[in-house]
Design a protein around this ligand. Structure first.
Ligand code: NAP
Length: 254
């Protein structure tokens, strides 16, 4: 195991649950100091406590709603130093209705959370990383950003946007020595479906019925690998499915 992540500082959005929390645990175990962002500050504080005690890293919590871009800008401005790594992980789906039945408020929420906040934090990081000549931005996309599916329109639009934005940023950053990466998971069993179906746990459980979905830990392990590459190596995208899934359409349920 390299010591490349030791003593580095990473910002992780959406660290209060799922993939973000799993990544925070993995990076802390490698000696990375952390800035953890999400709305549920109590959960972040409990996680930060665990990581400080367990691994002796600095872990600072930021109870921020990413819909508030001014709060995000203030967070960046007030950081004690420019971090080494920014992970834009926070994201959500709202609803799975066809376009003719969709609630535009759901679209707005997804576009603001998954796209506008990710773009703004990437921009803030890119400015400082380019000036310094180094840094790593890792964005969490989805297979929904590669393949559309009926009922996915709003979420698809947001994750296709993440894909396009990340690829364009990658092209712009090569002259600055800044790494830009993406990971595009298939089904991961987290709070994601419960959020998508607005607290309907029964409906959320049907998403994972008869399939061994990816865990947050599975995805975080790959993200750690991406972040741990030597400085001259930059992984642009990893598409990862459960073995029983091949696309949003192709799911083999036992
Ligand atoms: P999750 O368990 O629901 O976690 C989502 C995280 O995002 C939470 O920490 C949540 O924190 C944060 N978040 C959501 N809205 C926010 C806001 N307005 N402001 C600040 N933080 C916000 O879901 P997950 O599966 O780990 O999702 C992580 C990423 O993976 C997302 O980008 C998702 O689109 C992507 N992804 C998930 C799957 C899947 O099947 N689960 C598949 C492909 C891609 P608070 O609620 O505390 O704010």
């Amino acid at each position: 195991m390299s010591d490349r992540l030791a003593g580095r500082t990473a910002v992780i959005t959406g660290a209060s649950a799922g993939i973000g929390a799993a990544l925070a645990r993995r990076l802390a175990a490698r000696g990375t100091h952390l800035h953890l962002l999400a709305r549920r500050a109590g959960r972040l504080e409990a996680l930060a406590d665990e990581l400080r005690t367990g691994h002796g890293v600095r872990a600072t919590t930021h109870g921020i709603d990413l819909l508030d871009l001014d709060a995000l800008r203030a967070f960046w401005r007030n950081l004690p130093a420019v971090p080494d790594i920014v992970v834009n992980n926070a994201g959500m789906a709202a609803g799975a209705d066809p376009v003719v039945l969709a609630d535009p408020a759901d679209w707005d929420l997804m576009m603001r959370t998954n796209v506008a906040a990710l773009m703004e934090l990437s921009r803030l990081a890119a400015v400082d990383f380019a000036a310094r000549g180094g840094g790593h931005i890792l964005n969490v996309g989805s297979i929904a950003g590669h393949d559309p599916y009926p009922g996915g329109s709003g979420y698809n639009a947001s994750k296709f946007a993440v894909d396009g934005f990340t690829r364009a940023l990658k092209m712009e950053m090569i002259q600055h020595g800044v790494r830009v990466s993406l990971i595009s998971p298939g089904m991961v069993e987290t709070e994601f479906s419960e959020v998508r179906f607005k607290g309907d746990r029964e409906r959320a459980a049907t998403v994972y019925k008869g399939i061994e979905a990816l865990t947050a830990e599975d995805v975080a392990e790959i993200m750690e690998f991406i972040l741990d590459r030597p400085p001259h190596v930059d992984i642009l995208d990893v598409v990862v499915h459960p073995t029983q899934q091949a696309s949003p359409y192709h799911v083999h349920r036992s």
